[in-house]
Design a protein. Structure first.
Length: 451
């Protein structure tokens, strides 16, 4: 007999697909993917990235969803339940803990960067009403980073809109928000794409993104592609597992996993096709740049092009919405965990989790100015947190999830959760999750740590 989750349930397949796509589609697609692609040989990187999505991303996503749906709790308690039911070592609960700590760390800096998108949206809205233009984008960005007050103000605002949604619960908060925000996001993206096409340089952008140049492929390209697949699909931190816990039993897991992965990939490619034509038209080199790339180079184009200001509002608004729906999925696991501890309401739980993460976020915000000379692992504070959470904890979490789902979890449990797969389909999933995914992740992790 299948129970519902105590936290609530998605009302339909579409609701889950929108929520999980909302988690997946984020700064990773719109800022990070185009930039990685341009640095790693364009089309060759894109091809390798697609292979990583299919061979590693899809099977692990299916594993997260099926574990979540079997456990119906926040990651830590889902793992507790699965290990208890199956008579496995309780040590596997560490998967849930890694996931939750990763979610907390990622959200702490994601919220600061999400604050940047709000700040820039605001700067451009103000221009419509006669505010000062951004004439020197590098100075504008540098000033933002140098100002703890401004950074913390927007970090607080971003965390506030995130907690507002999570506090309202699965149906009234998460589902209602994504049903409104995701169509809005697609609409803005299509508008920007239309503009890119009408400026005429979309051909150059497509050639750049889709013509494989394998001479530029190195070991680093493989690492970048696999790492991006994890980050972009929100895998390894049990966020998708948490969303899976709210998925009704009759819905096909393979089908939703394919839909979410395809949506995430499509948005990344479309974002590339929307951004590069503009950069090419204004002769801005896309390669290089770091986290500031979009904030320092695109405003150059915005100030020169027709309808540049409304375009900028749409663009940074798009980034904000994408970041918002991702941050909701980062706050949900720790909030659900606090609810399960016993005495707290969802509202109180979400607020406690948010305040705690907000406080950790101050480290990122102050790391750009007051503590700008502090180095951890040879990186600035934001870089160090991002490295530990995204580059180490996500792949380690993903590896453990693959091993647990492939080797520890009772095969009948997986089979019944994946009952929509044919016999051959299930055998392929087993092969990918038992062998292909763990081996590839191990190779990447090995390179990262020792290469
Ligand atoms: N997938 C999100 C993006 O592409 C980032 C993210 C990672 C969100 C992990 C949640 C969990 O921006």
């Amino acid at each position: 007999m299948d129970k519902n989750s105590i936290h609530g349930m998605w009302s339909s397949r579409l609701a889950f697909i929108l929520a999980a796509s909302g988690s997946a589609v984020g700064l990773g697609n719109i800022w990070r993917f185009p930039y990685l692609a341009s640095d790693n040989g364009g089309g060759a990187f894109v091809l390798i990235y697609l292979a990583c999505i299919v061979l590693v991303g899809l099977p692990i996503m299916a594993a997260e969803i099926l574990m979540g749906r079997q456990g119906r709790m926040s990651p830590v308690n889902t793992l507790r339940k699965l290990t208890r039911e199956g008579g496995h070592s309780g040590g596997w609960t560490v998967i849930g803990w890694i996931g939750m700590v990763a979610a907390v760390l990622i959200l702490s800096f994601y919220s600061v960067v999400g604050g940047w998108t709000m700040h820039y949206t605001w700067l451009y809205i103000a221009q419509i009403f006669g505010g000062p233009p951004i004439s020197d984008p590098v100075a504008t960005f540098t000033n933002l980073l140098a100002s703890p007050g401004t950074l913390i103000f927007w970090h607080t605002a971003f965390m506030a809109v995130t907690v507002a949604v999570v506090a309202m619960g699965v149906e009234k908060g998460l589902e209602r928000a994504v049903k409104f925000l995701m169509p809005l996001l697609f609409l803005i993206l299509l508008g920007l794409l239309g503009y890119g096409i009408s400026t005429g340089n979309v051909g150059q952008a497509a050639e750049f993104l889709f013509t494989p140049d394998f001479s530029e492929v190195t070991g680093d390209t493989l690492l970048a592609a696999l790492g991006q697949a994890f980050f972009s699909l929100s895998l390894g931190m049990c966020g998708i597992m948490t969303y899976g816990a709210y998925l009704p039993r009759d819905i096909s897991i393979p089908r939703v996993a394919v839909a979410v992965s395809a949506t995430d990939t499509a948005v990344a490619l479309l974002a590339g096709l929307a951004i590069f034509p503009v950069l090419f038209t204004f002769g801005i080199a896309p390669a290089g740049g770091g986290p500031g790339l979009i904030f320092t180079s695109l405003p150059l184009a915005f100030s020169d092009m027709a309808f540049g200001i409304p375009y900028a509002v749409a663009f940074f608004g798009l980034l904000f919405v994408a970041a918002w729906t991702s941050s909701i999925s980062l706050l949900e696991p720790p909030s659900a965990f606090l609810v399960e501890m016993g005495n707290l309401s969802r509202r109180t739980s979400a607020i406690i989790a948010a305040v705690f993460i907000w406080a950790i976020g101050l480290v990122t915000a102050l790391g750009f100015n007051v503590w700008q000379n502090v180095r951890v692992f040879g990186r600035d504070l934001q870089g160090a947190i991002e490295f530990v959470a995204s580059d180490l904890m996500l792949p380690i979490g993903g590896l453990l999830i693959a091993i647990f789902a492939g080797y520890v979890l009772n095969r009948e449990v997986a089979r019944s959760q994946l009952s929509h797969l044919s016999k051959a389909g299930f055998a392929i999933w087993r092969f990918l999750i038992c062998i292909v995914a763990p081996v590839l992740v191990l190779v990447v992790l090995g390179f990262k740590l020792f290469g």
